[in-house]
Design a protein around this ligand. Structure first.
Ligand code: PLP
Length: 371
């Protein structure tokens, strides 16, 4: 059997172990320590804002919604075309997700349907408390329009940039446009801490509050005293050691993933019914995953996936829209089903920054054979 080609495997720089060893030598096997400080400093420098390192991207969304004040009975607007982790924290808080579909130029939240959702929800007597705006697969959403709408109706934006670390819009990093932003360092993302996330905010006070909530909300007292409900969501100093080594190569990883995308596009788009999502003006995508869309009625993506699987090549269907998920059966949805057609005919190709030239060749020649 040929060696397996994974969809998006971890890619170490080689320096990570140095930072982990240092943590062992100094016995910072803890949720405090120098790696954690250094990693947050790197994130601050990268984003130009203030960041808190947390145990996951999902935890970061949860704390972002708590900070905004989302509680039982509220409603929160969320992109429908995304991974379930974008919306789950809404449900943790007893609030109700309202889903908004995509627009065709970026596959992200449609400003038109967003406004329709807000107007209609207000008319029904309840203004949504927040908007979770996702930059799917690293592609920036139509940020200007969405920020303008959110400002006009005075609704907070949480930017889910879990897949979009290193992407920019008008040369500004994604995750820094909303009231709050989040990143994920799960094993399959742009960079990894084996599992982790971060919350991004404009001011250091918000970050102090988030760190407080992520360490069980302990009051200043000589004993363990708590006046607020806290969480155990802090990143560990060991994980942060991986993060420090990974941040050193983030720019390189973006370049490598973009090269993977360009190679696929060059070799699969000319004579085959395959469409690649272009970057609209001002958008710079990290191309976390190369996604393709088959412009042909008779193509069955599951057949192609299984043929590639037989060659030990891992691929994945696009995210199943949340308004189609059994978990969210009955939730309100605004849109024209664009994400449903994307989901039916789309595919994610192996996109690791450590893909070798011969791996790419193997994937491309098999794709050409099966089509
Ligand atoms: C990965 C991901 C998350 C969640 O991040 P975790 O670190 O896995 O909790 C949230 N939103 C999107 C769009 C993601 O891809």
């Amino acid at each position: 059997m040929k060696e397996r080609i994974y969809l998006s495997p971890p890619h170490m720089s080689g320096n990570e172990l140095t930072y982990i060893n240092k943590a062992f030598e100094e016995n910072w096997i803890s949720s405090v320590g120098p790696n954690l400080d250094r990693f947050e400093q790197q994130l601050n420098e990268h984003s130009g804002k203030y960041c808190a390192a947390l145990s996951s991207g999902t935890a970061a969304i949860h704390l972002a919604l708590i900070h905004i004040g989302v509680s039982r009975g509220d409603s929160v607007i969320c992109s429908s075309f995304t991974f379930t982790a974008s919306a789950n924290p809404i449900v943790y808080l007893g609030a109700k997700p309202i889903f908004v579909d995509s627009e065709p130029s970026t596959w992200n939240m449609s400003p038109q349907y967003l406004e329709e959702a807000i107007v209609s929800e207000i008319r029904n007597g309840k203004k949504p408390k927040a908007i979770i705006l996702v930059h799917l697969y690293g592609m920036p959403a139509q940020i200007d329009s969405i920020v303008e709408i959110a400002k006009r109706y005075e609704i907070h934006i949480v930017e889910d940039a879990a897949e979009a670390l290193g992407s920019t819009y008008c040369s500004k990093n994604l995750g820094t446009f909303g009231d709050l932003g989040i990143y994920s360092f799960n094993g399959n993302k742009m960079i990894t801490t084996s599992g982790g996330g971060a919350l991004v905010a404009e001011d250091p006070e918000t970050i102090e509050k988030v760190k407080f909530l992520s360490t069980q909300a302990r009051d200043k007292a000589p004993h363990y005293q708590h006046s607020q409900l806290g969480y155990n969501y802090r990143m560990s100093n060991i994980s942060a050691g991986i993060g420090v080594g990974q941040m050193e190569v983030l720019d390189k990883r973006v370049e490598q993933r973009r090269n993977v995308f360009n190679t696929y596009k060059l070799q699969l788009s000319n004579d085959l019914p395959i469409l690649f999502l272009e970057e609209p003006e001002g958008c710079f995508s990290n191309r976390w995953l190369t996604t393709i869309w088959f412009d042909h009625k008779s193509i069955d993506i599951y057949k192609i996936m299984s043929k590639l699987e037989n060659e030990n090549i891992e691929t994945r269907a696009l995210w199943k829209p949340l308004h189609m998920q059994p978990l969210f059966d009955g939730n309100t949805y605004y849109g024209d089903q664009l994400s449903e057609s994307l989901f039916k005919k789309g595919l994610c190709l192996p996109s690791g920054s450590n893909l070798q030239e011969e791996d790419l060749h193997r994937i491309i020649s098999n794709m050409r054979k099966f089509l």
